[in-house]
Every structure is written in structure tokens, then in C-alpha cells.
Design a protein around this ligand. Sequence first.
Ligand code: PRP
Ligand code: URA
Length: 209
Amino acid sequence: MAAPIILDHPLIQHNISLLRDKNTGSKDFRELVSEIAMLMCYEATRDLPLKEVEIETPVAVARTNVISGLKLAFVPILRAGLGMVEGMLALVPAAKVGHIGMYRDPETFEPHEYYCKLPADIAKREVIVLDPMLATGGSAIDAITQLKKRGVTQIKFLCIIAAPEGLDALTAAHPDVQIYAAAKDECLNDHKYIVPGLGDAGDRIFGTK
Ligand code: PRP
Ligand code: URA
């Protein structure tokens, strides 16, 4: 079981401060989520396997590395995960993208799946699941369970803000999944919102409130 990795690079921390500000509007919020995802992607792909190849330069033959191993797929959890896709694809444009739709019941806080469309070869890919918010962990746990049912064996989970409760729950449910977060916040409130958090990520990205 690997401990969650907190990606607290200064550029990421600065952008998260702007993201948390209740006065940041949807346009800026979307751009910040995308930029943070791109910075996180750089770190989350640090362990991609390499293989040595020979390349002829104009001067000599170089022994040099290229990426090997499984190809990547990104799977955003709808809706808010959609905001992270563009930033991820900026670094890995050849990745395929699947979608899992989840909403959290406002009364019970239980996640409900309403959509799932994945690349046909998903089981042969390393999958990075995307959601800006890890609160109770229910949505992430169910999305990852769906991926495992379809044969996926290598999974990472990338979120921007995580509650300690969500980190514990996701680690317990899927100890093989490496979690990357950009900030570990204090706790959840009575409505299971992350404190201090940034509010409802989906509403802020899409301007629905
Ligand atoms: C939010 C968020 C996560 C989930 C986190 O989605 O984007 O998917 O809540 O909460 P959890 O860890 O307690 O499951 P929401 O259900 O609000 O749907 P939306 O993205 O469509 O707004
Ligand atoms: N979903 C959000 O968008 N924000 C939270 O704080 C918790 C769940």
C-alpha cells in the first residue's frame, strides 16, 4: 500500500489559492483547474517505464530512452473531472479518454453511477482517474471498482483537493491505487463538503450555481 503523494509544487499551490477564492469566476476557475491538472500530470507520469533505443543523431549513434510499457487512458469522473482532461492531454496527447458519470446523492452522500463509456482496449492501458475533489471517497471508490471489473489492473487517482477521510477510505478500498493530490485539507463538514475546500467543483467549473 503506497501512501498518497501530495504534489505541493509552488506553482500548484499558487494556483490552488486562486481556485479556492470564492470571487474567482467560472472562466478563470476552468483555466486554473486545467493548468493544475497539467502540472500534476507531469509529476504523476514520472514513473513511466523507459526502454533504451539507439538513435542516429547527425553526429553519432546515441543510446537514449523512449517511453515503453502500457499506453495511457484518462478517465474523468463527470462532471467535475472533465475540467482536468485538457491539461492532461496537453502533456500526453495520444492518451485515450473514457468517461464515468457519478453524482452524489445530496441526502445520503452515496455515489450513483449514471454513465460509463470506456475505450475498448481499456484493460490493456494504465488508467489515470481524474476528479478535482476527493471528499468521502465514495465516487472515486465506485469508479475504480468499475474499471477493475472491466479488467484494468494499473490505476492511479489524481485529485486536486483531498479530505483526510477520502484519502483513508480510498486507500483502504483500493490499496493498489496510487493517489496523487495537490492539497490535503482539514476535514469534511456536516454536508460532506471539504473544509476549507473550494465549494462545489462541478458548479464552479460549469457556472451552474
Ligand atoms: C463531486 C466531485 C466528486 C464527488 C466527491 O461530484 O466532483 O465526484 O463530489 O465526493 P465524494 O468523495 O464524497 O464521493 P458531484 O457528485 O457533486 O457531481 P458533479 O461533478 O456532477 O457536480
Ligand atoms: N464535491 C465537491 O465538489 N466539493 C466538495 O467539497 C465535496 C464534494
